[in-house]
Design a protein around this ligand. Structure first.
Ligand code: SF4
Length: 273
């Protein structure tokens, strides 16, 4: 593998890395210490709002291809302290390779966090037991119907939350701070007052925070972003309920600075031979 291109803005770097079979893997460096790595080429979860899932899965990345994203970025002079498994792909659907990479990163003294839809649940249960440094469970909906529309191949809400809740019930408040519900606000889709209210109730019951993400509009996908005002209203409503809320930060709202749910993917097919 080799770095093909680095797209920079003043805050972030998007690394486009060429595989030996001529696909492009994306890794994003942000916050001056974090590398967001991809786990698959394309994504089988096919979230309806995500460019990475538009064409489904091309193939899993090998263990070597996952750790190479870090090695190449490090050799390029980047100071990396944290790894976020939050790039393209659902880490739980390439679980054996992701787990191996996780242990490799841990041995290097790096902190590892995950963004996941929680599918498949068997692997989600295993992930919860790892010595990770944070899990963001991508919920994005509060009803099964909406969840199915947004994350067609995700785990149903009821099932995933019951596993999550059982795990969280054994943890101290301090440890719970490592867990969040990730909720991508999409204009006129999942941002009604009732939905935010229900989201707050879920977070309250689980006693964890909400990572409130703002949707970046993507060409070819018919969803719109929320206005700044709508975004703020959702934030205030959750805060009123006493929920710890993390907002999309300026790194994530930049087009090259998002990971997973927000990444505007420029996934490239192999060059015609
Ligand atoms: S949002 Fe994440 S899980 Fe969903 S299709 Fe995109 S990369 Fe896959």
């Amino acid at each position: 593998m080799k770095i093909e291109e680095v797209i920079k803005d003043e805050l972030n770097r998007l690394l486009e890395i060429k595989t030996d079979d001529q696909f492009t893997v994306e890794a994003v460096y942000y916050r001056g210490d974090t590398l967001c790595v991809s786990s698959q080429l394309g994504c089988p979860v096919r979230c309806s709002f995500c460019a990475s899932g538009m064409n489904g899965l091309i193939r899993n990345l090998s263990y070597e291809e996952i750790i190479s994203q870090y090695e190449l970025a490090k050799d390029d002079g980047l100071n990396i302290k944290n790894i976020a498994f939050a790039g393209i792909g659902e880490p739980l659907l390439n679980w054996e390779n992701v787990k191996k990479a996780f242990w490799y990163f841990k041995e290097k003294g790096l902190k590892c966090s995950f963004y996941t839809t929680g599918f498949p649940i068997k692997n989600f249960k295993e992930l919860l037991k790892l010595s990770h440094n944070g899990i963001n469970l991508s919920l994005h909906a509060v009803t099964e119907e909406k969840r199915k529309e947004l994350i067609p191949y995700g785990q149903p809400i009821k099932e995933i939350l019951s596993v999550f809740e059982e795990h969280l019930s054994k943890l101290s408040n301090r440890k719970r701070k490592m867990y969040n519900i990730a909720y991508l606000l999409i204009g006129n889709v999942n941002n009604s007052e009732e939905e935010i209210e229900a989201l707050g109730e879920i977070a309250k019951r689980l006693n964890i925070g909400v990572s409130l993400l703002k949707y970046n509009e993507i060409e070819g996908i018919d969803y719109r972003s929320t206005s700044d005002d709508e975004y703020e209203q959702a934030f205030l409503k959750l805060r009123e309920k006493g929920i710890r809320v993390t907002l999309s930060n300026r790194y994530r709202t930049r087009k090259i600075g998002g990971c997973g749910t927000l990444m505007v993917n420029r996934l490239k097919m192999p060059v015609d031979s």
